[in-house]
Unconditional design. Structure first.
Length: 140
């Protein structure tokens, strides 16, 4: 490999080594977690392939922590808008029904902004729950 390639890899490794990998909501975090087990497994497979074919220049080991984003979706006092994506529409709908979120212009919990006048004031005593299901074709 040429000197330019080596400089590129070394620079990328240095950049990766300086990244703050943590909870995406924590101050200073530059790389948040993967949000689902399927992506997590894909990345692990890519790392294993890199090991077989050559080397991993930085990192390469997962942080051992519990859960993914869906496990923490209701752990907020705000309950703002949220989405669930999945190839299994029934399973995605089931997950969506367990998430306590509002819609983008009116949250489900605090601060309950946007519902001061007219019909919106009455809506403060109800909980809107909108679920849209769109089956997607798999990529070729």
């Amino acid at each position: 490999m040429g000197r330019r390639f080596t400089l590129l890899v070394d620079g990328q490794a240095k950049l990766a080594g300086s990244a703050m990998v943590d909870d995406g909501s924590k101050q200073g975090t530059t790389v948040g977690p993967l949000q689902n087990v399927m992506q997590f497994e894909k990345v692990k497979d890519l790392l294993e392939d890199a090991r077989r074919r050559g080397k991993v220049a930085a990192g390469g080991e997962p942080l051992v922590r519990p859960g993914y984003f869906i496990a923490r979706a209701n752990d907020s006092e705000y309950g703002l808008g949220g989405t669930v994506w999945g190839s299994d529409v029934a399973r995605a709908n089931e997950a969506a029904m367990r998430i306590d979120t509002g819609i983008s212009f009116r949250g489900a919990r605090q601060p309950r902004m946007g519902g001061e006048l007219g019909q919106e004031a009455l809506n403060e005593y109800t909980q809107a729950h909108i679920v849209n299901s769109v089956p997607l074709k798999s990529a070729p």
